[in-house]
Design a protein around this ligand. Structure first.
Ligand SMILES: Nc1nc2c(ncn2[C@@H]2O[C@H](COP(=O)(O)OP(=O)(O)OP(=O)(O)O)[C@@H](O)[C@H]2O)c(=O)[nH]1
Ligand SMILES: [Mg+2]
Length: 334
């Protein structure tokens, strides 16, 4: 199961209480104060871990509590600090305060961490209050409470290029042809239910990460189809590959398809709709009238949008597409 949103409660450890005690020894009637300080409560810390792919664990466990600090003791013994609680989350997790919506952190690198709830300070023992005017203080501080709050976790995948288009356009076929990813491919809409990442190797040490997401349809922004839920996973991409089925069996006219998807992008966010696109006509093996390609070429040229046509089944045009990706990667990513 791919889970990309979760809400959890985090509570840091309370600080231990300071101690009230007096030094006792034979023949020393009134020893000095000797109550130790309480230990600090443990923090709750989120750490990005590249081995995690989803926020699934958080569906089942929602409360996270770090250890409290121990109370101070007589003989000037400080209480032990509480252990921090480390929670692993996938790389790409955005952390928000659930109440205010404020972004606490965006954990985009493996090992990156953030304290989401600070442990309480330990209270001072009475030994700490000894002064020239008060040789026998009889009070100690209580430990501070650890912070607590509800936080929201939202996973936004880290990909360079997002693949968008209608269901059945061939998006999953594209990522399987270009990369090592092996998503499910089938002859019906909404085959892809969760985003898939793949790496397209452009050179020995040059690559781009592609993201295949579930198909969009008209009204996705109002929740039609699988809705636009998954668009968040291409929010971080640098550009989009907009795939259009141009075969004789395509359900929609290419221009209409192109416009509908762009409208849905815009309804989702202005920012997403401004990302540059490479438009790719797919399934030309099943297209009887090749003049359509020329017509498209001219249309996109006039709009200054890079365009190419392919068959992902026969692989016609795939090398040109890779060259286009390489070219625009240089222009749009660096
Ligand atoms: N004839 C032909 N069929 C293709 C081509 N590319 C993909 N297909 C077929 O189109 C169908 C849909 O392909 P997918 O890759 O699953 O499409 P998708 O866009 O990922 O679909 P969803 O995940 O449902 O949004 C499959 O039956 C593919 O085999 C092509 O170049 N030519
Ligand atoms: Mg798919």
């Amino acid at each position: 199961m791919f889970i990309d949103k979760a809400k959890i409660f985090v509570k840091a450890g309370d600080g231990g209480n300071g101690c009230v005690a007096f030094h006792r020894e034979k023949f020393v009637p009134m020893g000095g104060p000797s109550g130790g300080d309480g230990g600090k409560g443990g923090d709750v810390i989120l750490v990005a871990d590249k081995n995690l792919q989803t926020l699934m664990d958080f569906k089942y466990k929602r409360h996270y509590k770090a250890e409290r600090g121990q109370n101070g003791q007589g003989g000037n013994k400080k209480g032990k600090d509480g252990k921090d609680l480390i929670i692993k989350v996938p790389v790409g997790t955005v952390v928000k305060d659930a109440q205010t919506g404020e972004i606490i952190a965006d954990l985009v690198e493996d090992g990156q961490q953030v304290v989401v709830a600070k442990g309480g300070k330990g209270g001072k023992g009475n030994a700490a209050f000894k002064s020239p005017t008060n040789q026998t203080p009889t009070t100690a501080e209580p430990g501070e409470e650890g912070e607590e709050r509800w936080i929201e976790l939202e996973l936004k995948l880290l990909a360079d290029v997002g693949i968008i288009g209608f269901p059945n356009a061939g998006k999953s076929t594209l990522i399987s042809v270009l990369s090592n990813a092996k998503p499910k491919i089938a002859d019906y809409p909404f085959t892809t239910l969760t985003p898939v990442l793949g790496v397209l190797q452009l050179d020995v040490d040059d690559f781009v990460i592609l993201a295949d997401i579930p198909g969009l349809i008209e009204g996705a922004s109002e929740g039609a189809g699988l809705g636009h839920e998954f668009l968040r996973h291409i929010e971080r991409t640098k550009f989009l590959i907009h795939l259009i089925d141009v075969s004789d069996f395509a359900e929609k006219d290419w221009k209409e398809a192109f416009e509908i998807i762009n409208r849905e992008l815009k309804n989702y966010s202005e920012e997403l709709s401004k990302k540059p696109q490479i438009v790719v006509a797919n399934k030309i093996d099943a297209l009887s009238d090749r003049l359509k390609i020329d017509e498209m070429k001219k249309y996109f040229q006039d709009k200054n949008i890079p365009f190419t046509a392919v068959s992902l089944i026969t692989r016609e045009g795939v090398d040109e597409l890779i060259n286009l990706i390489r070219k625009y990667k240089e222009e749009w990513i660096k």
